[in-house]
Design a protein around this ligand. Structure first.
Ligand code: SAM
Length: 236
């Protein structure tokens, strides 16, 4: 079992459900205007985004390193009678064997070592001409995150206002992730940095590169406005 598999299975075992079951709003806003085709959901977790995509008519493959998360996603999809392909695999080594019209990576953050840029570039390679790559992620950590302080240090080091920490908390998370094990591995990026880090080249047309704010509630009921990076690019 890889470190990623062990970490994320433990994380999902903490509770019967970690995430809200609702699709990410940035996905809904960004993908709704697109014509459905084949979609790949990277780090699909408990499957809310994949399920929403399937309900919109997309043919969906959801990949996640946690078998626990995949089992929950699969059960929910079966309950809704949605034919989604679920893959329990480590994206560090998994290579897409087919082509996609959309690759979505929402909050594909991990507090342990994870070759995120390599994974995203490889997934981008699987997108057909005219297809889209959507990246939605934390531009900075939620203020209740246990790693917010560490993130501030990282931001200072990187001279980057939008650099964040490795914690993946959102309003649905209880903030008790165990990212302390390798907390220094992940730096959250602002939308421009996110796009630049992939270095996709002229073949890709940026359609959305923006910082979005959304209200959120922390594990103790704290209210905050979280800032997300939203990047949508289209392959020419
Ligand atoms: C913060 S959660 C986001 C889940 C979901 N996309 C969402 O927006 O709610 C990150 C997800 O990435 C998955 N993940 C982390 N590292 C991974 C890896 N190496 N391979 C595949 N999935 C991974 C985790 O299991 C987890 O489900």
């Amino acid at each position: 079992m890889s470190d990623a598999e062990e970490f994320w299975n433990e994380r999902y075992a903490e509770r019967e459900r970690i995430w809200s079951g609702h699709p990410n709003q940035a996905l809904v806003d960004t993908v709704s205007p697109l014509a459905p085709g084949r979609a790949l959901d990277l780090g699909c977790g408990e499957g809310a985004d994949s399920i929403w995509l399937a309900e919109q008519g997309w043919t969906v493959t959801g990949v996640d390193v946690s078998e626990t998360a995949i089992a929950r996603a699969q059960a929910e999809a079966e309950h809704r009678d949605l034919p989604i392909t679920w893959v329990a695999a480590d994206l560090a080594t998994w290579v897409p064997s087919e082509k996609f019209d959309l690759v979505s990576a929402c909050f594909l953050h991990s507090p342990i070592e994870f070759p995120r840029t390599e994974v995203l570039r490889r997934a981008a390679d699987s997108i057909v001409s005219g297809g889209h790559l959507l990246l939605v992620g934390h531009a900075e950590p939620p203020p209740w995150s246990r790693y917010a302080e560490e993130a501030a240090d990282q931001a200072e080091i990187h001279g980057d206002d939008h650099a964040g920490d490795d914690e993946h908390d959102d309003e649905h998370d209880d903030g008790h992730g165990q990212g302390h094990r390798h907390g220094q591995h992940h730096v959250f990026l602002g939308p421009v940095q996110e796009l630049e880090s992939l270095d996709l080249g002229e073949e890709w047309e940026p359609l959305t590169v923006e910082l979005r704010e959304r209200p959120a509630t922390g594990p103790e009921g704290q209210q905050a406005v979280l800032r997300d990076s939203v990047v949508l690019v289209r392959r020419r």
